[in-house]
Design a protein around this ligand. Structure first.
Ligand code: NDP
Length: 362
C-alpha cells in the first residue's frame, strides 16, 4: 500500500469543494460534480489513494476528449419488482447508481433483494463507496465491475480481463460495517501506476511483459504488458465471473471491447456494474448482524491480524481529527485544474498519467 506525502492537511469539505470545481470546470453537471467529488475526496480521506486525487487527471482527460459524458442523465427501468436496469448513457457509474436509489429501496422493501444492472457506465473509483452505505442501513451489498483489458487469464499472454474488482459490505452488530473491496488482479492498476511513478519494482508474480514473460517492472506492465489475476487459475475464474456479471449480464461492454478510438488521452473504462442488495432479515437467520460480529471475533481469535476495511476506517478517523494529508505539488495541481480546463493534459501519451498526483515513495 502506497503512502502519501503530507506538506499540508486539508479538510474533507475543502477537498470536496476543490474537486467539485474541477469537475464543473471540465464539463460535468452539478449533480455529477457533487457525486464524483464526494466519492474521490472520500477515497483520499480513507487512504484509498490509488482511487483518490491521483485519478483526477484521468477523469478530466476522459471528460475533455468527450469519451465520457459528464452531463448525461441515466435511465432507470424495472425489469421485474427486484431487477433494476440502469443505462448510464456513457456517463459515470456513481451517478447512475444514485439515480437508482429509490428503486433499490423499494425493491429491497418489497422483495428482500435488488439486482441492479448498470450498463454504458464509466467506473474509475474504488467500490467500497458503492456498498458501504447499504451496510449502514442494515443490508448486505455485493458489487462487481469490469473495465479496461489489462489482465491476462491464467497462463495467458494477451489481455482479456479488466482488473475486475469485487466488493461486499455487511452490517456488524455493535460495530462499523465489514467491507471487503479488492481487484481480482494481483494488484489494482492504480497501484502499478503509483509504483511506476515511484520507480519501485512490483512483487514477483504481479504481471507479464508484452510477450507474456513474467515481469516485475511497472513500466513494462503498463506499456503493453499485463497484470496476472490473483490466486492462479482459481482467481482467473473469479475474474471471468466478474466479467460476465458486470460486462455481459448488464448489457454493458466486455473489458476487451473497450476502444478509445479518437479519444486520445481518455482513461476511464466504459463497461458495466452489477450490484446485489439483500435484506438479511429475510433469511430468518436469528440476528444476522450478531452472527457476523461473532464470526469477526473468531477471525481475530484465530490469529487474523485485522479485519478488511479497518485500515480505511482508521485513516478516516485520523482525517476527521487532523485533516487529509496532501503534498504541496498535488494541491497546486488541483488548484490549477480548478481554474483551467484540462485540455493542456492531453499533450502526453495515453498510457502515462499526464499530470501525476505523485505519492511519496513507499
Ligand atoms: P487491497 O489488496 O489493498 O485490499 C483488498 C481488501 O483486503 C481491502 O478490503 C483491504 O482492507 C483488505 N486487506 C488488506 N490487507 C489486509 C490484511 N492484512 N488483513 C485483512 N484485510 C486486509 O486492494 P486492491 O489493491 O485489490 O484494490 C484497491 C482498490 O482498487 C479497491 O478499492 C478496488 O475497488 C479498486 N479497483 C477499482 C477498479 C475499477 O475499475 N473501478 C478496478 C480495480 C480495482 P483495507 O481497505 O482496510 O486495507
Amino acid at each position: 500500500m502506497t503512502t502519501r506525502q503530507a506538506d499540508f492537511h486539508i479538510s474533507f469539505d475543502e477537498l470536496r469543494f476543490l474537486l467539485r470545481d474541477i469537475f464543473l470546470k471540465n464539463g460535468t453537471s452539478s449533480i455529477v460534480a457533487d457525486i464524483l467529488s464526494a466519492n474521490c475526496a472520500g477515497c483520499e480521506r480513507d487512504g484509498a489513494i490509488s482511487h483518490g486525487i491521483f485519478r483526477v487527471p484521468g477523469y478530466v482527460a476522459s471528460l475533455v476528449t468527450g469519451w465520457v459524458d459528464g452531463k448525461t442523465e441515466p435511465d432507470v427501468d424495472l425489469a421485474s419488482p427486484s431487477f433494476i436496469r440502469i443505462d448510464a448513457h456513457n456517463g459515470f457509474a456513481q451517478p447512475a447508481l444514485a439515480a437508482g436509489a429509490e428503486a433499490i429501496k423499494a425493491a429491497v422493501e418489497g422483495t428482500g433483494i435488488a439486482i441492479v444492472a448498470i450498463r454504458n457506465s464509466h467506473h474509475f473509483s474504488a467500490l467500497w463507496p458503492d456498498v458501504e452505505p447499504f451496510a449502514r442501513e442494515g443490508l448486505f451489498a455485493l458489487s462487481f465491475v469490469n473495465g479496461l483489458a489489462n489482465v491476462v487469464p491464467h497462463g495467458g499472454h494477451s489481455r482479456v480481463y479488466g482488473t475486475n474488482p469485487i466488493a461486499f459490505a455487511t452490517p456488524v452488530a455493535g460495530g462499523e460495517p465489514l467491507v471487503v473491496d479488492q481487484a481480482t488482479s494481483v494488484l489494482a492498476n492504480g497501484e502499478v501506476r503509483l509504483h511506476a511513478l515511484a520507480n519501485t519494482p512490483l512483487p514477483p508474480g504481479t504481471g507479464v511483459d508484452s510477450a507474456g514473460r513474467p515481469s516485475t517492472d511497472p513500466h513494462t506492465i503498463l506499456a503493453g504488458g499485463a497484470l496476472n489475476t490473483f490466486g492462479g487459475y482459481k482467481g482467473s475464474s473469479i475474474a471471468l465471473m466478474v466479467e460476465l456479471m458486470a460486462g455481459a449480464l448488464t448489457g454493458g461492454q466486455l473489458s476487451f471491447e473497450n476502444d478509445f478510438g479518437d479519444h486520445v488521452g481518455a482513461q476511464t473504462p466504459k463497461a458495466g456494474q452489477l450490484l446485489l442488495v439483500i435484506d438479511p432479515a429475510r433469511g430468518g437467520n436469528a440476528g444476522y448482524a450478531g452472527r457476523v460480529s461473532h464470526l469477526c471475533s473468531r477471525l481475530i481469535d484465530a490469529g487474523q491480524d485485522r479485519l478488511p476495511g479497518q485500515r480505511r476506517y482508521a485513516n478516516r478517523l485520523k482525517a476527521e481529527r487532523l485533516g487529509i494529508p496532501i503534498s504541496e505539488g498535488n494541491l497546486v495541481q488541483l488548484k490549477t485544474l480548478a481554474c483551467l480546463t484540462g485540455r493542456f493534459l492531453l499533450n502526453e501519451t495515453p498510457d502515462r498519467n499526464p499530470l501525476p498526483m505523485s505519492p511519496e515513495t513507499p
